[in-house]
Design a protein around this ligand. Sequence first.
Ligand code: FNR
Length: 363
Amino acid sequence: MTALFTPLTLRGTTFANRAWTSPMCMYACEDRTGRVTAWHRAHYAQFALGGAGLVVTEATAVLPEGRVTPQDAGLWNDSQTAAWATVTEAVHAVGGKIAVQLAHAGRKGGKYRGLPGDAHRNRSVPVEEGGWSTLGASDEPFGDYAPPRSATGDELDQVVRAFAASARRAVEAGFDAIELHGAHGYLLHELLSPVTNRREDDWGGGGRERLLVAAAAAVRVAIGDEVPLLVRVSAEDVAPGGLDAHDTARLARRLREVGVDLVDCSSGGLVAGADYSEEPGYQVPGAAVVRTEGGVPTAAVGRITDAWQAEQVLRDGSADAVMIGRAMLRDPHWARHAAAELDAPGAPVEPRYYRAWRGTVLD
Ligand code: FNR
């Protein structure tokens, strides 16, 4: 029995294994409507075919101004909901499960996508070219991005409602689980951290957790009791004076109380120019602290590339699942290959319809 290929049940849903696809922005909605396309169907279905126990989508905006770039996916209107339904259908058709990652990019939004060869990589898109004025905890910019507008309390309440509305749409579109993007300096994280939130109203000081906790609570109400709810956090801010994993473990307890089932532990992204060392498994210790001190299931992510490495993270009790990012882009059938490497009984082998060829070509 391997840990990686032991099923995991959260509420009413059982994930066949614990090798999950990490959320990764593709910036592939070329028509800028936020509507996913046949490209996304193929993209997400390939991970499910490859045996991933859960496929988490790219950051998907809950409001137009919550997009990172004009080419981001969205889930704030009916046509986007219908488009996502074709993606969940494709993933389910090949036996997979899929979660949407709901996001509001806050002051990190409104930039050009950073695909290789694109002009203006990582600079703000001017309004006359389809950019927008961004929303932040304050009017301080992230690095050399355009400065945001400091959000009013009403606007933050509106953001909470937008997360709930998108989550409701996600269930309608057939998603098996919801993940909120509370990491990487996006709006929920920006409000959470004392580094970026120095507000003196109810959303600052002792109210720094309010936006994330209120969004999680509103989403839980919107999706009912059965659908698993995950939250991605930056377990450590990686900024002077920022939150550490012990702070995040305390937050995790509050999140659990409002109906969050698993905390997905990333790090950083809060301030420009932070110094990261990305050694293998660099964020696993954060997941371990949050799991132990927060008393909540966690996912570990970050340079987990090898089957035995992933297996060890779970056996050590650092996390309940692993999110695999770049290694899944390199090999969308990472989970299937990991199962073979670990010789895991009952683990994902090749898709059923391929089996007729077994023994005739390569064996
Ligand atoms: C990411 N990452 C990311 N994280 C997230 O929470 N939402 C997102 O939309 C994205 N987008 C994204 C795009 C691309 C192309 C990459 C490579 C990464 C971060 C990702 O989920 C993961 O946490 C990191 O890549 C670290 O894990 P790996 O890649 O070392 O397994």
